[in-house]
Design a protein around this ligand. Structure first.
Ligand code: ASP
Ligand code: MG
Length: 404
């Protein structure tokens, strides 16, 4: 007997017909005498619709009420699924976050799970019941409904795996697994059999949409191996595991990209301690995420230019914040550019291989793709390029690093 957690994403439960299909998948896994806990997302599109409704009431809709609102999508899908299982003759019931409870902190709209009480559900599954848990939600110590951030039912599944000590954590989705790059822009993309937590964390943070980055990080911290697989095909998917279970044959494991980036350059700031802090502090306080940062100094060492990237939608706010701080920061001028993409190569094999950087840059140069900014870590190299060149860059790098 094994204890399994199976998580089904929004597209997997997108219609009542699909919910029946999911119930049948669960039935198959159950018949092998396994104990089963299911975590479910809202039906696809539902959370977005609710979000839009809140925005049409107010651009600053109260975050606590937003959590109560958005979490309702999962209430519908988990009860529909439990009902479908009962219809198949399986003992089942649904649990909302507060009923378990899944205790989180009170950081509304992106709360962290502190603890999951497990006795009631353990009792239920050991008596041949399939437990269906609403993903994405919890309850704070102040007795308010919380949510875990968009895509957060992945995180719910990883936390269930941890607090119920399950033997596996299976993430069912509308794709076959994790691919070397996005198959919709490069048909040569291949399914990856095994990927390390660290690589997956980079892949998902840098644009691959298969799993929520927070969920990958949580699985890495507690070494909870994840199995990503398709709801609709009976293929084996991708295993996300600890790096010592992988021999890194390829230097590069995958290529990720994100569009909709913007770049801001502040020209001619004084080169002295505290300037960068003065630039970034007010931007950070407005919850705007800074991504790449480059600083270069003039020849005489007196002035510097600071360049950084942000999401395109944050560009106007960022520019006005800098203008407002003009007196304090004291610069010559600001320039900016939007419709940029970040393309990244990711691979733990890079650590022990030299020449990866120049190979990447040369491949892009051969395609006449200009690099606007660069950032690196031990296992990834990212470049900023014009958005319309994304596909060309991804295809070229996929070939250059032997992934075709
Ligand atoms: N329904 C939530 C969302 O759309 C959570 C999830 O799908 O994982 O973000
Ligand atoms: Mg989702």
């Amino acid at each position: 007997m094994k204890r399994l957690v199976l998580k089904f994403g929004g597209t997997s439960v997108g219609t009542t017909e699909k919910i029946r299909k999911v119930a049948n998948i669960i039935k198959k896994r159950f018949s092998g005498d396994n104990e089963i806990i299911v975590v479910v997302s809202a039906m696809s599109g539902v959370t977005d619709d609710l979000k839009k409704k809140s925005e049409s009431i107010s651009k600053n809709f109260d975050k606590k009420e937003l959590d109560a609102l958005l979490s309702s999508g999962e209430q519908a899908s988990c009860s529909l699924l439990a009902g479908a299982l009962i219809d198949l003759g399986i003992k089942s019931r649904s649990w909302l976050g507060w009923q378990i409870p899944i205790i989180t902190n009170n950081n509304h709209t992106s709360s962290q799970i502190i603890k999951i009480k497990n006795d009631e559900i353990l009792n239920f599954i050991s008596n041949k019941g399939v437990a269906v848990i609403a993903g994405f939600q919890g309850i704070s110590k102040e007795n308010r409904i919380t949510t875990l951030g968009r895509g957060g039912s992945d995180l719910s599944a990883v936390a269930v795996a941890k607090f119920f000590q399950t033997d596996s954590c299976e993430i069912y989705t509308d794709v076959d697994g994790v691919f070397t790059t996005d198959p919709s822009i490069n048909p040569k993309a291949k399914k990856i059999e095994k990927i390390s937590y660290e690589e997956m964390l980079e892949m998902s943070s840098l644009g691959a949409k298969v799993m929520q980055p927070n969920a990958v990080q949580a699985s890495m911290l507690d070494d909870i191996a994840i199995d990503v697989r398709s709801t609709f095909l009976e293929n084996t998917g991708t295993k996300i595991v600890s790096e010592n279970e992988i021999d890194f044959k390829n230097v590069v494991t995958g290529i990720a990209y994100s569009k909709g980036n913007a770049k801001v350059s502040i020209i001619g700031v004084v080169d002295k301690p505290g300037v960068a802090a003065d630039v970034f502090e007010p931007i950070g306080k407005n919850n705007i995420n800074i991504d790449m940062v480059i600083q270069n100094t003039s020849l005489d060492g007196k002035n510097a230019n600071i360049t950084f990237t942000i999401k395109q939608e944050d560009l106007n706010t960022t520019l006005s914040i800098i203008e407002k701080n003009k007196e304090k920061i004291n610069f010559n001028k600001i320039t900016h550019d939007d419709k940029l993409a970040k393309v990244s190569i990711i691979g733990a094999g890079m650590i022990s291989e030299s020449g990866v950087t120049h190979k990447m840059f040369r491949s892009l140069a051969n395609e006449k793709i200009n690099i606007l900014a660069i950032s690196t870590s031990e296992i990834k190299i990212s470049v900023l390029i014009r958005e319309e060149l994304t596909q060309k860059a991804v295809k070229k790098l996929h070939e250059a690093f032997g992934l075709n």
